[in-house]
Design a protein around this ligand. Structure first.
Ligand code: NAD
Ligand code: ZN
Length: 344
């Protein structure tokens, strides 16, 4: 069997190992993708560090990674609308196709979704095999760097477009790569003020470069003062939680206007408690977000880039895949935006 290079979770301990594994077999409905570029996600850091979530979720050995762009190398006998050599990316959640939501076309709500690079082999490799139903055809006029981050850009888009933001004041907690991309999207979608919070100066600077109204260091500044400065009277209309920190979520709850809407992407600790009186008496709407809408989110991402949305400044570093240890350390430090690994 032909072999390929891959970044593998080879042992049940911290780290990843550059290894040689079998090139995946292409089933009748599958597409084999030759990987050009991948990017590193926070999830990959969890897998690298081998935290409790990773220990209970990731089978060993496993090829990791789920953010990528590449070209079609081979197709199964049943595949019609994908051509060899075509530039593609792909949705990382493989859905079951027969639960209630899948059958109704709400595939992002599939109860049996499996994750590329989480529950099945991923893209930190020379080749990746996915079902044709997960393939996204890439507009060749959009840079491949941007397609390599379409997966997290999709999380940002799904969250940002959850509620109407035209003319609204939006608060984003967490200026990680997804929070910063979300800021750019809500501005593009017509928000009035976009305020983002973080504790990390590097990330706040990335947000400022993306053109937010205010990047707030929450360890030094208070959101009520920021609201006064902007002459905001009743609070934020839309809140997008993208830090996974209960402190951040609490700070958001206290400055939402009555009837405000909150989308939660950050993964808050299971035991986190909030003041439910604020939610109930102020009539707030809370919405959990998982993944991307298939494939409406992908469509919107493409059309926003085509109409001038520029997220390129979120990509701060590029490495060859052989330099993955350095790249993962940098990503884990928090002093980066998105980091690309090159496979060509
Ligand atoms: P990230 O960890 O790079 O960014 C989170 C940011 O929040 C960091 O910059 C951190 O400094 C900041 N932060 C920490 N405490 C804070 C506080 N009290 N106030 C304000 N900011 C604070 O993560 P990311 O890759 O940008 O992803 C954002 C979140 O979304 C993470 O929690 C991630 O696990 C989650 N996520 C969820 C999904 C999903 O499908 N629901 C998908 C991808 C990522
Ligand atoms: Zn399903």
């Amino acid at each position: 069997m032909a072999k390929m290079k891959a970044l593998v979770k080879k042992y049940s301990k911290p780290g990843l190992w550059l290894d040689e594994v079998d090139i995946p077999e292409v089933g009748v409905n599958d597409v084999l993708i030759k990987i050009k570029k991948t990017s590193i996600c926070g999830t990959d850091i969890h897998i690298y560090n081998w935290d409790d979530w990773a220990k209970k979720t990731i089978p060993v050995p496993m090829v990791t990674g789920h953010e990528y762009v590449g070209t079609v190398e081979a197709i199964g006998s049943n595949v019609q609308d994908v051509k060899i050599g075509e530039l593609v990316s792909g949705e990382g959640h493989i859905v079951c196709g027969h639960c209630r939501n899948c059958r109704a076309g709400r595939r992002h709500l599939c109860r049996n979704a499996k994750g590329v690079g989480v529950n099945r082999p991923g893209c930190f490799a020379e080749y990746l095999c996915i079902p044709v139903s997960n393939v996204w055809h890439c507009d060749p006029n959009i840079p491949t760097d941007i397609f390599s981050i379409f997966d997290p850009f999709g999380n940002a888009t799904h969250t940002a477009l959850s509620f109407d933001v035209l003319g609204e004041d939006v608060l984003i907690t967490g200026a990680g790569p997804i929070g910063v991309m979300t800021a750019a999207i809500v501005k593009h979608a017509g928000a009035r003020y976009v305020v983002i919070t973080d504790l990390n100066p590097y990330r706040l600077e990335l947000a400022q470069k993306m053109g937010v109204t205010r990047a707030v260091n929450i360890s030094k500044e208070n959101l009520n003062d920021v609201m006064k400065e902007l002459d905001m009277k009743e609070g934020f209309d839309v809140g997008l939680e993208m830090s996974g920190s209960i402190k951040a979520f609490e700070s958001m709850l206290s400055v939402m206007c009555h009837g405000g809407k909150i989308a939660l992407l950050g993964i808050l600790p299971a035991s986190a408690a909030i003041n439910w009186e604020i939610v109930v008496f102020n009539g707030l709407t809370l919405k959990g977000i998982y993944g991307r809408e298939m494939f409406e989110t992908w469509y919107k991402m493409t059309s926003m880039i085509q109409t001038g949305l520029d997220i390129s400044s979120i990509i701060t570093h590029r490495f060859n895949y052989t330099e993955f240890v350095e790249a993962f350390k940098l990503m884990a430090s928090g002093n980066s935006g998105k980091i690309i690994l090159n496979w060509e």
